[in-house]
Design a binder for this molecule. Structure first.
Ligand code: GLP
Length: 265
């Protein structure tokens, strides 16, 4: 695991965009999972700028949606598909036929999840997954408790997630209570994982993800046991004292030393 701590949100976004642009340049046919949420907005802005300057090509990418509300159509601006199209797919010139949607509006959501799972298998799994972190430790909509082997499926959103996502729906009572999510199994099996974490309200979730017990109660904690993970956090979200006065312990101590070694310090 590589842990990178950026000074602030803008630095986090630039750092993440450079990492992702390098990965996409190296693998132009990658199967790529892109998340919604506020956290990756800066990444998408920076990535679009790098793409406009010719830093990488998107013509052969295959993009997979990470999660979606149940019963919300893709043309609804509050749908995660509508969101990802506005902030990432359109700016990066990625056509609809190269996107595998999670069809929250399908008449049979279980069948839609099976179709998605088959598309992931056909693609040979994910090359690169980009993730945000829920305040309750969820990845996508894998709400705690989440089994690391969980498949793509329909889920009921937790009270904490309904409260946290009320800001996008104009009130908690308006947030759709069910969703479909790419399962933990596909996420953890991805060949590269990039987790972005910003803001003090994510600090506790990040601490549990990196240094807490690996448990279904903190779905992101399974990243501790999964290879090829890069975490980019800003200082507001970083739960430990900064370098210099730090007294790193346990897993984080080892990981942090690894990062510093990789950075040549
Ligand atoms: C949402 C989404 C996640 C997202 C997370 C964090 O509920 N299901 O995919 O990563 O919450 O969102 P934000 O970045 O806005 O805090």
């Amino acid at each position: 695991m590589h842990l990178l701590v950026a000074e602030d949100y803008d630095a986090l976004s630039r750092m993440a965009a450079r990492l992702l642009a390098d990965a996409l340049r190296a693998q132009p046919r990658a199967s790529l999972v892109l998340p919604t949420g506020n956290t990756p907005l800066g990444l998408y802005r920076e990535l679009a700028a790098l793409h406009a300057r010719g830093a990488f090509d998107t013509a052969r990418l295959h993009v997979f949606q990470l999660d979606e509300y149940l019963g919300v159509t893709p043309d609804d601006p509050r749908s995660f598909y509508g969101w990802i199209r506005r902030v990432a797919l359109d700016p990066l010139g990625i056509e609809a036929e190269r996107v595998v949607r999670l069809r929250g509006d399908a008449p049979d959501p279980d069948a839609a999840c099976r179709e998605y799972a088959a598309a992931v298998r056909d693609a040979g799994g994910f090359d690169q997954v980009v993730l945000g972190l829920g305040a309750n430790g969820h990845l996508g909509f894998n709400e705690p408790p989440a089994d690391p082997a969980s498949p793509t499926r329909m889920v009921r959103l937790s009270a904490e997630t309904l409260a946290s996502n009320a800001r996008y729906w104009g009130g908690e009572g308006r947030v759709p209570p069910y969703a479909v999510t790419c399962g933990m199994a596909n996420i953890l099996a991805a060949r590269r994982k990039l987790l972005l974490v910003s803001g003090a309200e994510k600090r506790d979730a990040l601490r549990r993800a990196l240094d807490g017990p690996v448990s279904p109660e903190s779905p992101a904690s399974y990243l501790q046991h999964s290879g090829h993970v890069t975490v980019v956090a800003d200082t507001a979200a970083w739960p430990w004292p900064q370098r210099g006065k730090a007294r790193w312990s346990g897993a984080v101590g080892r990981l942090r030393r690894l990062v510093l070694a990789a950075a040549g310090r």
